[in-house]
Write a protein that binds this ligand. Structure first.
Ligand code: FES
Length: 165
């Protein structure tokens, strides 16, 4: 039988998330969000640990790792991959695309030297493309960590990213 191990940091993050949001089906997304916030991403072992701890707290609450993984994959603010210290999210939906999104993405790629889905070798930056961020009126849009930048032009990219040096 294969035994899965969970490191202490992941176990503690899951405990804290469940304590904060409660052991219920409605709390699954908040729990995943809290683990993502605490660890910077949701490692595979966290799904096992969430399932285990929820079961301990509420024996009739059955969740599956595949279900947790699907939720984490669906919400673009959650990541199942370890990311860089700063994360640039680029909206690639049509309303942003038609007002200069393609040129903006090119500028971000050139400034960071990476493509969407990649992290820089020094692990400082990750670049992710997402669907609509809900601020289409000020497209094209960049989200750097928790900071939203609207009406961004390609020439503004180096100055914006320099704020995170
Ligand atoms: S389409 Fe880009 S924020 Fe909505």
């Amino acid at each position: 039988m294969q035994v899965k191990t969970v490191d202490l940091q992941t176990s503690q993050a899951v405990s804290a998330a469940i304590e904060k949001h409660g052991a219920s089906r409605e709390a699954l997304i908040p729990i995943l969000s809290e683990v993502n916030r605490l660890l910077g991403y949701i490692p595979a072992e966290a799904f096992t640990e969430i399932k285990r701890q929820l079961r301990l707290q509420s024996s009739d609450l059955r969740v599956y790792e595949s279900q947790l993984y699907s939720l984490a994959s669906f919400y673009h603010m959650l990541s199942t991959e370890e990311l860089g210290r700063h994360v640039v999210r680029f909206c690639e939906s049509a309303p942003c695309h038609v007002v200069g999104g393609r040129e903006l993405l090119t500028a971000v790629q050139e400034t960071l030297g990476i493509q969407p889905g990649q992290t820089t070798p020094d692990r400082k930056w990750s670049l992710i493309t997402t669907s609509c961020l809900g601020v289409c009126a000020v497209g094209p849009v960049l989200l750097v960590d928790d900071d939203i930048y609207g009406n961004v032009t390609p020439d503004q990219v180096p100055e914006i990213l320099a704020r995170y040096e």
